[in-house]
Design a protein around this ligand. Structure first.
Ligand code: PLP
Length: 407
């Protein structure tokens, strides 16, 4: 991406022109959430101002228009991740709710005492706790794939964990702490040899790399809109039709029913069976707008630019004495976790903030991973396509000053 293209993109994000403590904002916390282009915010405004009406149930003009927009958004999502059918796209509140949905519904229907669920050591809490809750409820065991010192999953250990008790494998496509891009296609192939379904947590993958759920042969794939330049409060569960059809509803209420009597209720067809209550139909259209925006730039171009930032940022960070980068996998997304000497990550984060630089510090909602590394946490800089090498230069200059001050 040349400088002119970059400046044009940055102009789409009003927040990037903001000053923080009188300094130009440098936003390197994209792993937590991304900033929103003007078109996404305008879509939300347009929805509430001009087309707002509850969907699916109305015969009137506005309701039909809002329904069409919501269902078109579902098609946009299906195309974006290459789902075979739009009915396989279920809107949720986000990645977390999507995983809870599967843990609850799939767990209820297909898991029994003595069964096992496999996750990995680098999972976000949202891909740990729902499975632990299922384990507690039904007497299952949680098994964990270990990793090597580079932050790459140990596939030989994974193969040994799979057995006749394994009911599901659930792994991150990209680690939010280490940046590791996991070989999910291979992980899925291995599990499928034993007819075990796989859920892929794509929260950190969809914004950065091309995802094709059909090519991956993923059974479930989940992500959040807010991490891909869309609004908060909405996300996606992709599930294979056959599996979703076999699973019971997650929540009861309006929309998800076919016929209700006091004696018995029959359920709606996919995807509505899993969408109880009024859905976030404004959020879905804003998510579709965000996906169109990303498509307008091109995910390959985004990946190439972010890879350049990753390589450049890594090289420049290594100029700092005592620098330790955590996560050095060969396949890596634009996330750099680091520590400098014995300086507490919180102190680095606090002082960077005072210079207008937003990074994240702590365990990044992956406490078991951070504990296994024996660290108090890390500082995490995570880049998006609107970040620049010049911002990295300012970040490095600032960090060098802080390190001298704290050493
Ligand atoms: N999974 C991963 C890998 C994440 O990085 C995150 C958020 O940081 C989540 C899941 C949870 O996403 P959300 O809070 O949007 O549900």
């Amino acid at each position: 991406m040349n400088n002119q293209e970059l400046q044009k993109i940055r102009a789409d994000f009003p927040i990037l022109q903001e000053k923080i403590y009188n300094k130009d904002l440098i936003y390197f916390d994209n792993g937590a959430t991304t900033q929103k282009p003007r078109c996404v915010v305008e879509k939300i405004e347009e929805g509430y101002y001009y087309t707002n009406a509850n969907i699916h149930r109305g015969v009137h003009f506005l309701s039909q228009k809002a329904t069409e927009a919501h269902e078109a958004a579902r098609s946009t999502v299906a195309e974006f991740i290459h789902a075979a059918k739009r009915e396989e796209i279920v809107f949720t509140r986000g990645t977390t709710e999507a995983i809870n949905l599967v843990a609850s519904s799939f767990g209820y229907a297909f898991c029994k005492s003595g069964d096992e669920i496999i996750i990995s050591v680098m999972e976000h809490h949202s891909n740990i706790v729902p499975w632990q809750m299922l384990c507690e409820r039904k007497g299952l065991k949680l098994r964990v794939i270990p990793m090597n010192e580079l932050g790459e999953l140990d596939l030989d250990a994974y193969k040994l964990l799979l057995n006749q008790h394994t009911r599901l494998v659930s792994v991150a496509h990209v680690s939010n702490v280490l940046g590791t891009i996991n070989p999910v296609k291979e992980i899925i192939e291995i599990a499928h040899k034993q007819n075990i379904p796989v859920l892929v947590d794509g929260a950190q993958a969809v914004p950065h790399i091309a995802v094709d759920v059909t090519e991956l042969d993923a059974d479930f794939y989940v992500f959040s809109a807010h991490k891909i330049y869309g609004p908060t409060g909405i996300g996606v569960l992709y599930g294979k039709e056959k599996l979703l059809n076999a699973m019971p509803p997650y929540q009861g209420g309006g929309e998800m029913i076919s016929i209700v009597t006091f004696e018995k209720t029959t359920y709606n067809e996919l995807p509505f069976k899993f969408e109880a209550g009024t859905p976030d139909y404004i959020g879905s259209t804003a998510l579709a707008e965000a996906l169109h925006y990303v498509q307008g730039i091109g995910i390959e171009k985004i990946a190439a630019h972010e890879h350049e930032l990753l390589t450049y940022g890594t090289k420049r960070l290594m100029e700092i004495e005592g620098m330790r980068i955590i996560g050095t996998s060969k396949a890596k997304s634009s996330v750099i976790s680091f520590l400098v000497g014995n300086i507490h990550p919180y102190d680095l984060g606090m002082l960077l903030d005072k210079l207008g630089i937003a990074v994240r510090t702590g365990h990044h909602c992956a406490q078991p991973l951070i504990d296994s590394l024996g660290m108090p946490g890390t500082v995490r800089a995570s880049f998006a396509f609107y970040n620049s090498k010049e911002e990295i230069d300012t970040f490095i200059t600032s960090l060098k000053r802080i390190v001298i001050m704290l050493s």
